[in-house]
Design a protein around this ligand. Structure first.
Ligand code: FMN
Length: 322
């Protein structure tokens, strides 16, 4: 059965709910019958913070996962050719759809996709049990990425030190700081709005100021943090476009599973944006097991907290190629 154009457009629109670095939404799509092609939009790459385009491709990988996830919820199977490229270096994936069984809980799945967001407010101090972190890492691994929960104290401490070092190095790089600032409260269709960033108390301790974007408008809790956040590092054996795309798919799979479990996920890309820190992390935190592409913090938000407003998205017709 061929896929109606309206369904293909709906799937792409749902896929565009995906997280992306600084909400750059660096993707373009082409619909062709039962096939949807995903292209990288390098005009939206961050030259200072993401010179190799790793975060850009991870963002596209997350959208690729959400496309497949939405298709499954609506009763379509997806066959994906990753990085087929040919003579087009921007082509990241070709997805062919066939009619198939819908997921067992389509309504819940689509609701999770819409509900997923980056909630940077402080997590509660309830620890995330190791077996939950392991299950989330397992979800990521089914997408052929490497994923490791960082649970032992020494590795956690090393990661914390590297993360702090990354923050200091970044603060001394005015070009990168300027680039990041340009994506805060940028427009009604992209960037990170102030209305989703937590407000920070004037005399807050340094660990409460770690949101890379600086203070925003969302009231913050006074609950003390005890460093109980879960952390998972995602990566791969390689450092090529195909590896980053897999990491993006794994990121989205992990995030949607966490959302359905009531957990909050916040990516932590600063430590992997600075190459010297990224390699130190590979050595001292991962002990050479794989190359880190992104870390995520995972925790519980306080029960009964108000939801955050949605971050904006580009209009569907501006991301569709003719
Ligand atoms: C590759 C990647 C890196 C990201 N890095 C960070 C980060 O370092 N800090 C942060 O607060 N959010 C980070 N984010 C989250 C984005 O800012 C967020 O997805 C985007 O603003 C859209 O908002 P939403 O996730 O609420 O839909 C990252 C997302 C991706 C996909």
């Amino acid at each position: 059965m061929s896929m109606p154009m309206t369904t293909a457009r709906r799937l792409v629109e749902l896929a565009c709910n995906a997280p992306s670095v600084h909400n750059t939404q660096p993707w373009l799509w082409r619909i062709d019958g039962n096939q949807v092609r995903l292209h990288a939009d390098h005009r939206r790459q961050l030259p200072a913070e993401d010179p190799d385009g790793r975060s850009l491709v991870i963002s596209c990988g997350a959208a690729l996962h959400q496309l497949q996830f939405a298709a499954r919820a609506l009763g379509w199977t997806s066959e994906v050719a990753r990085t087929p490229r040919g003579d087009d270096p921007t082509l990241l994936a070709e997805v062919t759809f066939e009619r198939g069984p819908a997921s067992s809980q389509p309504v819940n799945d689509l609701a999770a996709l819409r509900r997923r967001c980056t909630d940077r407010r402080r997590f509660t101090s309830w620890p995330v049990p190791d077996d939950i972190l392991e299950r989330l890492a397992g979800e990521a691994r089914t997408w052929s990425a490497a994923a490791l929960p960082i649970t032992d104290l020494v590795s956690r401490f090393r990661l914390e030190l590297l993360s702090n070092e990354a923050t200091m190095l970044r603060e001394s790089d005015p070009v990168a700081v300027g680039e990041q600032t340009a994506w805060v409260d940028r427009s009604d269709h992209d960037g990170v709005p102030l209305k989703v960033l937590p407000r920070v108390e004037q005399n807050a301790p340094p660990e409460d100021r770690r949101n890379r974007f600086g203070p925003g408008l969302v009231p913050e809790t006074r609950t003390p943090v005890d460093g109980g956040d879960g952390v998972i590092v995602l990566g791969g054996r390689g450092d090529e476009t195909a590896d980053w795309l897999r990491t993006g798919e794994a990121l989205s799979a992990l995030w949607l599973r966490a959302t359905r479990d009531g957990l909050s996920v916040v990516p932590l890309s600063l430590p992997v944006e600075i190459e010297s820190i990224r390699f130190a992390m590979a050595e001292s935190v991962l002990e050479g097991a794989f190359l880190p592409h992104l870390a995520v913090r995972i925790g519980w938000q306080a029960i009964g907290r108000t939801g955050l407003p949605r971050t904006p998205r580009r209009a569907l017709d501006t991301v569709l190629l003719a």
